[in-house]
Write a protein that binds this ligand. Structure first.
Ligand SMILES: N[C@@H](CCC(=O)N[C@@H](CS)C(=O)NCC(=O)O)C(=O)O
Length: 100
């Protein structure tokens, strides 16, 4: 059985954010480790979201595809994506999975 590689995913989030909590809980249930990036304490990360997505709304899932950071906003889409990732057997490269 496959097991999840460490730190494939990062999550832009705040601690006191219910949508972020939903994503963190789903990741825990699915056995996926997330590197948490608190955008209230990381101005550079918040600016990156605004530049790439036009808003600083969290949660946003982040992972690399061919060296480029991919950003997936919307808690429901993130949870579905993580479920697909587990269903696909924790692929080392999650880039081919549908985002939505
Ligand atoms: N539909 C979004 C809602 C996310 C949301 O409203 N996030 C709040 C924090 S819990 C936020 O970032 N608000 C500040 C903003 O939108 O700039 C989702 O499900 O992820």
């Amino acid at each position: 059985m496959s097991s999840p590689p460490e730190r494939v995913f990062r999550l832009y989030q705040w601690n006191n954010c219910s949508y972020c909590y939903r994503v963190r809980s789903a990741a825990e249930r699915l056995g996926i480790a997330l590197e948490l990036i608190d955008t209230t304490r990381n101005v550079e990360a918040e600016r990156r979201l605004i530049t790439k997505l036009g808003r600083a709304t969290v949660p946003v899932l982040s992972f690399d595809c061919a060296g480029e950071e991919q950003l997936l906003p919307e808690s429901a889409d993130i949870i579905r994506f993580l479920e697909r990732y587990v269903g696909a057997g924790f692929p080392a490269d999650p880039c081919s999975l549908p985002r939505r």
